[in-house]
Design a protein. Sequence first.
Length: 322
Amino acid sequence: MSFTLGSVQIDDPVFLAPMSGVTDLPFRRLVRKFGAGLVFSEMLASRPMVENARKSPKKRESFDFDDEFPIAVQIAGCEPDVVAEAARICADRGAHLIDLNFGCPVKKIVNNMGGSALMRDEDLSIRIIEAAVKAVSVPVSVKMRLGWDHDCMNAPRLAKMAEDVGVQMITVHGRTRNQLYSGTADWNAVRAVREAISIPLIVNGDICSPEDAVDALEKSGADGVMVGRGCYGKPWLVRQVMEHLKGAPPSSSPSRAELCDLILGHYDALLEYYGIEAGVKIARKHIGWYLSDFDGANIARREINKSTDPVQVKQFLRDFLD
Ligand SMILES: Cc1cc2nc3c(=O)[nH]c(=O)nc-3n(C[C@H](O)[C@H](O)[C@H](O)COP(=O)(O)O)c2cc1C
């Protein structure tokens, strides 16, 4: 199941999905530690990135991908020249792969012709993709949905057009835009993309266990899986998926003591990255996910969400998981 993307050898095609508000540097580092073959940044809007870079070329604050290998940086936008410039900026600053967002279903984005709205305009889509491919020497990939709605499932055609202009990998979330996150991802429908292209294909959507990954790969014929929400509070899931795909028994989830260490480490990393005030708030959702399977999780969450004192929060976590 291994393949190469430019200079990056992918031996373990179990990827962490791009998720705004979730896959920041501290979370990506954690998931990488568990062996994800590739991690994706949160989506970066191309126009503000380009405008900021023009105003202050040395400023790097909106880039959080300094020391990761390999890192895919995802760009959103609907103007070919701006997307191309954004791709160049990201590649210059260390991205090993540029991923283009053709899947975001959020109204604010699609109303501006971004994300999955692009799937309705194949001509514009290809101009954007071609501009990005020509702008950078690192590989370019595209992440899309099955189509806009069930009457327009054009992922196979768009994926083939993207391959023809030099895209090196396609990811398909097995839902249409109009489904948003409802229903279940249709891994069988992704097979039509497999049949249309010969570059690596990654299947995404509702992969929450090692068994789901096998099922998704069998049904879609894809070369790898991308896991998003399944990693909420379970960054070790990528390792278990990989072990299962290699035929090894999946390692067990962390013990309570190991989990406590992992959460505290993630907590410290968030506080260091965002500063204490913002970090304490941002950490709450992760802690909620980590504790969600435990008895008393709701009460614990309420206690933790009340506190703005990191020392208190950490002591509470130690006591809860003791
Ligand atoms: C909170 C959240 C943020 C997301 N942000 C992005 C994003 O920035 N770019 C993107 O391509 N997809 C984004 N997605 C979609 C995911 O990458 C993925 O396609 C989707 O969640 C289905 O996979 P899953 O069932 O494994 O979560 C986001 C999803 C969620 C839940």
